[in-house]
Design a protein around this ligand. Structure first.
Ligand SMILES: Cc1ncc(C[n+]2csc(CCOP(=O)(O)OP(=O)(O)O)c2C)c(N)n1
Length: 357
């Protein structure tokens, strides 16, 4: 059943099943170009992941957290929102960022260790946030501000299953509920917090039901179904813009690859489990859907892949050619005015560079 009540008041939504069959009643009415663009965005993220690995392994970049397997969540969500909406990420959202037009050069520079990669320029994209769940508070704050200023902008924040056991997550939902903040809490439940399985870090039957405790609407979605992700985010955005407050979305998905470039998942996951999820690959099922609609064939698929490979290669070259950042840059862009504490740290860093202690 494509929409089923899995818990009192919590629905589970699926539009495309793992074979790529579509539920025509729920199928969003999207222009053909948009559907193809969504496919390209998913493939882009998949290929960029591979490239990121290569450059990390040869020593040109630091830790990278791959998207592989979670493209449906992020691309579906990105296409359902406006450019003026606020994107408040954790560290696994390259697909959302790129779908929104973030430069791949900037993305590569971030994990090459250059603060420029995290600089908020004139977009509504916030920097990567490493402390688990901390960004959910920022999203609530931004959405509360949007209400106070009577703006049309809403916020979306991403976080993993592990993050729903953190205090910041509960604070963020509590405030969002009380202030009816226009925010979407997008939970990518990929079943693991590094090596800790979801069942070992929360006894909650679903994660979506955690929303109910805070008077927030909770919904569960097939995270590997890009169309369902598009729909739930679109609905949540309409509710938020219409003054109906926040929504928490639990997207059931799976990290097909490693947690980060320094992880070895074979130590805590079975091959059978990975195989089972490979069959639910979000890209594969969307390909079938597009092929059934006559919007994609093997030649076009190859053409798209080749174009993306070339484009990514070009951006990597550009990122590698950029000059190393100056020390000062590490301390800028964090606060509007650099506080004394950071000024002192900069002095110490410079002193060390000059050979002092
Ligand atoms: C406050 C905090 N504690 C611990 C860590 C170390 N850490 C990095 S990723 C991670 C697991 C996060 O799991 P989850 O929230 O499910 O997101 P996922 O990585 O699966 O996308 C942990 C514990 C951290 N970054 N921040």
């Amino acid at each position: 059943m494509p929409v089923k009540e899995i818990k009192e008041g919590i629905k589970h939504i699926q539009i495309l099943d793992k074979e790529g069959n579509v539920d025509e009643e729920l199928e969003p009415d999207l222009p053909e170009e948009k559907l193809v663009q969504m496919y390209k965005d998913m493939v882009y993220a998949r290929i960029l992941d591979k490239k990121a690995f290569k450059i990390q392994r040869r020593g040109d970049a630091g830790t990278y957290a791959p998207v592989k397997g979670e493209e449906g969540c992020q691309v579906g969500a990105a296409h359902a929102l406006k450019e003026s909406d606020w994107f408040v990420p954790s560290f696994r959202e390259a697909a959302f960022a790129l779908s929104r037009g973030m430069s791949p050069v900037k993305l590569f520079r971030y994990f090459m260790g250059d603060a420029y990669g995290n600089k908020v320029e004139d977009t509504h994209n916030l920097p990567v946030s490493i402390p688990i769940a901390s960004q959910t508070l920022h999203a609530t704050g931004i959405a509360m501000a949007s209400n106070i200023k009577e703006e049309d902008e809403i916020a979306i924040t991403f976080f993993g299953d592990g993050a729903t056991s953190q205090g910041d997550f509960h604070g963020a939902l509590n405030f969002a509920g009380v202030y009816e903040a226009p925010v979407i809490f997008f939970n990518q439940n990929n079943r693991y917090a590094i090596s800790t399985p979801r069942e070992k870090q929360t006894a909650s039957e679903t994660l979506a039901q955690k929303a109910k405790a805070y008077g927030i609407k909770g919904v569960q979605v097939d995270g590997n179904d890009v169309l369902a992700n598009y729909k739930v985010v679109k609905d949540a955005a309409e509710r938020a813009r219409g003054g109906e407050g926040p929504t928490m979305i639990e997207a059931l998905t799976y990290r097909l690859g490693v947690h980060t470039t320094s992880d070895n998942p074979s130590r805590y996951r079975s091959d059978e489990e990975v195989k089972e999820w490979k069959e639910k690959d979000p890209i594969k099922r969307f390909e079938t859907y597009l092929m059934n609609k006559g919007l994609l064939d093997e030649d076009k698929k190859q053409e798209i892949h080749d174009e993306i490979e070339k484009d990514i290669e070009k951006h990597v070259e550009k990122a590698l050619e950029m000059d190393s950042p100056e020390k000062e840059e590490m301390f800028q862009n964090v606060f509007e005015e650099v506080p004394d504490m950071l000024k002192k740290q900069l002095e110490v860093a410079k002193e060390r560079e000059r050979g002092g202690n």
